[in-house]
Design a protein. Sequence first.
Lengths: 374, 249
Amino acid sequence: MTTYVEIHALQNLPPSNVNRDDSGTPKTATYGGVTRSRVSSQSWKKAIREDFNRDLDPKEVGTRSRQLVAEIAKVIGTERPDLEDHAETLAVSAMEAAGFKKPVPQKRGKAQVGTPETGYLVFMSQRQIEALARAAIEASAETDPLRAMRLAKVKDLVDADHSIDIALFGRMVADSTDLNVDAACQVSHALSVHEAVPEYDFYTAVDDAKSRDTEVEDSGAGMMGTVGFVSSTLYRYAAVNVDQLRVNLGHEDAVAKAIGAFLSSFIKAMPTGKQNSFASATRPTAVLVTVASGQPTNLVGAFEEPVRAKGGYMRPAVAALAKHAEEAFEAWRTPDLALAQGLRSEIEPLADVAEPVSLDDLITRTVAKALESV
Amino acid sequence: MSVLTLRLAGPLQSWGSSSRFTRRATETMPTKSGIIGLLAAAQGRRRSDEIEDLLHLELAVRTEQQGVLLRDFHTAHHLVKGTSMPLTDRFYWSDAVFTAHIGGPRPVLEGLGEALRDPAYPLYLGRRSCVPEGRMVLAIEDHPVAESVRSLGWQAGHSARRKARRHKQGSVRLVVQADQSVYDDGDTMVEAAPTRELNDVPLSFDPERRLYRSRLVVETIVTVPTGVEVDAVDAPAAHDPMAVLGGAS
């Protein structure tokens, strides 16, 4: 049984254009026979990822040590026992190529003993240690491994993100497919629960100098144009594969931090498209989080029949989501944990399927439940 | 020979087979590589694991509802340096519903059904952001794939059904795309000549060594009842060219 943490959100967006296509129009999709407004998966995932990286201190999830040469040499020796004798030298070259000052063996008294160390504490994630080891192995065949590694831009391997970020959001490197990491999270395209057709705002821009100039009699605008916008109530969905995170990260508190930070960022983050023009940063009105072993259930089917406005779209949308969730849990599997969070009066219909909690409780209890699974 | 039927529905889905570089197109119907990838992911196979046994399964896909073609303008920036990656256009089917009819021995199909209900890796319809909606595993029946594509009820969504009611359509004609072997057992009702070659049989999903080979597919059309009541008066008058000679026998 694989454990999935799923988060569903209903979020209002005022007239805005947070995600546009190459013609400047807000993105759309067809669903249930009508046009819906859409915020692409990649757009919201980027916003979440940036918020996630701001929140999480990379130093909390890696190795901080002077003895990374020994760590790298260990990996080299395990992967290629035939290189074990040269592992230390290769590891030193790898660290040099990565831009660190050449590690030297630690001196004790007059003798030079022990493995080379960097003169200061260096922070590196397990992935980066392994990546350097692999680069060293590849370069070992060359006559000048240090030069080969410098040419191979080994520096980029340690410049990049820390392991939690990659384990959750993945990495794709076209040149070295062995560095690819499959994301543990899956974010779907956000769709409006109702029919939404983009509109256009006709704007003019005044030329300040011209308008101040009393001699020139020209009251025309300096520039005219249109900017596309749409307002919508969006259904958003994401799922995190806890077991895969565990495999990628290796230790429990990294997994806990990853899930907690992901939930928090999913709720807080907003793509930055046209934010200065429309100031459309909102938070979800209603959030439903489930922890279930097996059977991830996307609830977008609740809105295949577009919601019709009845005192706005949000109320009928929450009701539709609650009803659909209830029937889906009944038809397939009741989750191990279902929590609802958001504006108190608005999330009432969800009380039938989930327990209303505060944001802090939402995160702590979800993380605790997710980690319970073996 | 048994058949496992799957319902592939969701707001967006994309089934690529031949795209290069920055234009990622989709075929009109789910591809074998996409379906096999889905099954392998459900079973927990890593990309570098063997998938040869899944290639022995027969596949036919039926379009319940084609939907609308969507072009997504997709940009990407280097996370650290901030430089822009080449701009891409990625195509999807929005509001589409397909069914996949997978033929094989019953125990294998039962295992696959179980795996799909409890997938080891998250499932998606062609691209990771295309999360499936609703029920995926429909049934396992003990008849050939050719029979399954004819007899499975129409799986379209609400808006397509409403349209059929409005137009008083008692039946719909749905496109089926199947492996040649699906029609090889002497089924005389269908012309088994292949109509297209698709390069979508996955030999390996290993990122360092992705490999596909081509297969020939047979495209046919099946007529499936919609469940809409149609009076004889409303039904379009059938044209019988033999009437002048005394009617068809």
